[in-house]
Structure formats: C-alpha cells, structure tokens
Design a protein around this ligand. Structure first.
Ligand code: E4P
Length: 218
C-alpha cells in the first residue's frame, strides 16, 4: 500500500520524506490557503522533494477551463497529478488530460457510482473521502469496500483507489485490509502509525538493562 501525505506544509513534507514512507503528496485549495503561499511555487517545491505523484487541484468548474488549468499545472513537473472534482466537467477534462499523458486524481468521490465513472474516464486515482462520509453518519469504509469490489471485477480498470479524508490510524488499517492502493494521510496520522505504548515501554526496559552491562556497540 502506498502512503501519500495530505499537506502543503513544506517542512512536514521534507521531514516525513526522510522516513522513506512517503510515496506522494496530495494538496487541495484548503491546504494551499492554509500554507499561506503561492500555489504554483508550493507545488513546484513539493515536486522537487518527493518524486512520486503530487496532486494539484484545478479551481475552474467548466471542462475547457479545467483542461487549460490542468495543462498549466502539468507543466510544473512530470510528477504532477492534476486533481479534478467528480463532476461531468471534471470527468470530461479527465479524459483529455489523460490523453495528454497527464496523471489525474479525481477528487470529492462519495459514491461507488461516481467511482465507476472515474474509472471509465481513465482516472489515475479516485479519491473517496471516508472521513467526510463518517461525519454525516454514513460508513466511509463501506464505500472503499464497494469500490475495491467493483474495480476488482474489471481488470481493465487501471484506476487506483486513493483513500482520502483519513481521520485516524484505524481507517488506514481497514483500507489496507480491503486492498486499497493508496491512503493519503495528514502528517499527524502517519506519525501515529508508528506509535504503540508497549514499544515505548519495551524499548525503555531494553535500554535500562543494556546500560547495566556497561558496554557500547561502537
Ligand atoms: C485529499 O486529497 C483530500 O483533499 C483530503 O484528504 C480531504 O480531507 P478532509 O476531509 O480532512 O478535508
């Protein structure tokens, strides 16, 4: 399973990419606004740090304008994945940008029917938002199960399931059990995946016992 990180904060991206766990980065207009920086500059910088797919979202809502914006974003670097919303215009633009050879991440997916359309449009990634479904009393992970099942029926579909709006480590484990290809994680959640109190307790005990030996490895 690939891990993308869901942030536009350069310091976080730089720090986490050193762990070897970061396969890509997703941004959205909200994350760009939060960074307080210029969109194109941030994307270019992220593309330099992480060689994997870097999602950059268009803000036009009409297909032709989405294509123009998408082509401009794709010129920033080879690893840009243009992010398009799951609308009629978004999926129309998806077809064209995919024909250009550009990676496309179709975002704001909330139903299996939408995911089916995105695969037919040739999306590189489909981003179902599990947390936002949970927030309104639906089961986000059930959507991931449905999409994985449907895509599994059609080996010709090359679209990868990118689990988005992840709120806690349990989402990540559940998505992995379902065989989702990618999860995009806020930095805090990637860090939480490492944590277990028994790891901390066990390490403290080992180090205390080692100190008693008076030895050193180096
Ligand atoms: C990533 O591509 C999505 O934009 C992001 O995961 C949305 O997360 P949120 O629901 O926490 O805003």
């Amino acid at each position: 399973m690939k891990f993308f990180i869901d942030t536009a904060e350069i310091d976080e991206i730089r720090a986490l990419s050193k762990t070897g766990m970061v396969d890509g980065v997703t941004t959205n207009p909200t994350l760009i606004a939060k960074s307080g920086r210029k969109f194109m500059d941030v994307i270019a910088e992220i593309c330099d740090i992480v060689p994997g797919p870097i999602s950059a979202e268009v803000t036009a809502t009409e297909a032709d304008a989405m294509i123009k914006e998408g082509r401009k974003l794709a010129k920033i670097a080879k690893n840009v994945a243009v992010k398009l919303p799951l609308t009629v215009d978004g999926l129309t633009a998806c077809k064209t940008l995919r024909n250009d050879g550009t990676m496309v991440n179709v975002t704001l997916c909330f139903s299996a029917a939408q995911a089916l359309l995105a695969a037919k449009a040739g999306a590189t990634f489909i981003s179902p938002f599990v947390g936002r479904l949970d927030d309104i009393g639906q089961d986000g992970m059930e959507l991931i199960a449905d999409i994985c099942e449907i895509y599994g029926e059609y080996p010709d579909f090359a679209t990868e399931v990118l689990v988005a709006s992840v709120r806690h480590p349990v989402h990540v484990v559940q998505a992995a059990k379902l065989g989702a290809h990618v999860a995009t994680l806020p930095p805090k959640i990637l860090r939480q995946l490492y944590d277990h109190p028994l790891t901390d307790k066990g390490l403290a005990a080992f180090l205390a016992d080692w100190a008693k030996t008076g030895q050193s490895i180096l």
